[in-house]
Design a protein around this ligand. Structure first.
Ligand code: FE2
Length: 281
């Protein structure tokens, strides 16, 4: 595990025992030299999500960073940042009452090949709240009993696109494309394409169905798996600052944004939150 100081001055500090690491001593605006790239990749594989502070990146530098790790992916149903087809703007305006992505999920499970990961850069954040939580689906799987592993291992699950998440008007600042709904069938326990390790891959409530099972059986199994996967022992939580960046493994983790910074009943000033996401296939 890479957590010692390296000659190239990268420092890697785990956030929790479950996953996540802070990476310091690197300027992501510059092309990464071989050692730095290798250290970040190792930290990413060890910790599944890596966090960076104070990364002042132009959209071009954000794209160039992601391109060093994989081929860029364009979101199929959400409009991109004007002039940058590979950048997705995740925005909640101050007056909006709902966050995009506040339920536990991995990104784009309704595609035949969900993307490998994303680089999420904070452009504008509230003074408090709006943290993102991540959870390690390897250890969520490992924590199951052998008997439960035998039950879930062979199951296949249909993932539907979320018609509510993409409903125009839910987040008025996010522009959704007219696209045919898609769906995909994946193993409930997926084999990570790089590590070969098993990771839980639950469908979101109301957006999945285990194949070859009665509806009630499917609901019971999926409810159990979802609640199990949401155990905070498997998770970490990242406090954003402007110019913070997170890079996560979409095949081994779930994430959610905490919707805690715009509630009238707490008497808070409404705040805007704007993140730019570049995703790799
Ligand atoms: Fe997401």
């Amino acid at each position: 595990m890479a957590n010692a100081a390296r000659p190239n001055h990268i420092r890697i500090e785990p956030v929790t025992g479950a996953l996540g690491a802070m990476v310091e001593g690197v300027d992501l605006a510059q092309p990464l030299d071989r050692d730095t790239f290798s250290d970040i990749k190792t930290a990413f594989q060890d910790h599944l999500v890596v966090f960076f502070r104070d990364q002042v990146l132009t959209p071009e530098q954000h794209l160039a960073l992601a391109r060093q790790f994989g081929e860029l992916h364009i979101h199929p149903t959400t409009a991109s940042k004007p002039g940058y087809p590979e950048i997705l703007e995740v925005i909640k305006e101050a007056n909006e009452k709902e966050n995009w992505g506040d339920g536990w999920h991995s990104d784009l499970p309704f595609l035949a090949s969900p993307p490998a990961g994303s680089f999420l850069l904070a452009r504008e954040v509230p003074p408090f709240g709006g943290d993102t939580q991540f959870a390690n689906m390897y250890i969520a799987y490992e924590a199951l009993s052998d008997e439960m592993k035998r039950i879930v291992d062979p199951l296949k699950c249909l993932h539907l696109q979320n018609p509510i998440g993409y409903r125009p008007g839910k987040n008025r600042s996010m522009r959704f494309l007219e696209a045919e709904p898609t769906e995909a069938i994946h193993p409930l326990v997926r084999i990570h394409p790089v590590t070969g390790k098993k990771a839980l891959f639950p469908a979101r409530k109301g957006l999945g169905r285990i194949q070859s099972m009665k509806a009630a059986e499917s609901e019971a199994i999926l409810d159990f798996v979802r609640v199990h996967a949401e155990n905070s022992d498997f998770a970490c939580r990242f406090r954003w600052e402007k110019n913070s960046l997170a890079f996560w493994d979409n095949h081994a983790t779930q994430h959610r944004v905490t919707a805690d910074y715009f509630f009238d009943y707490r008497g808070y000033e409404p705040h805007r939150r704007h993140m730019d996401r570049v995703t790799i296939a």
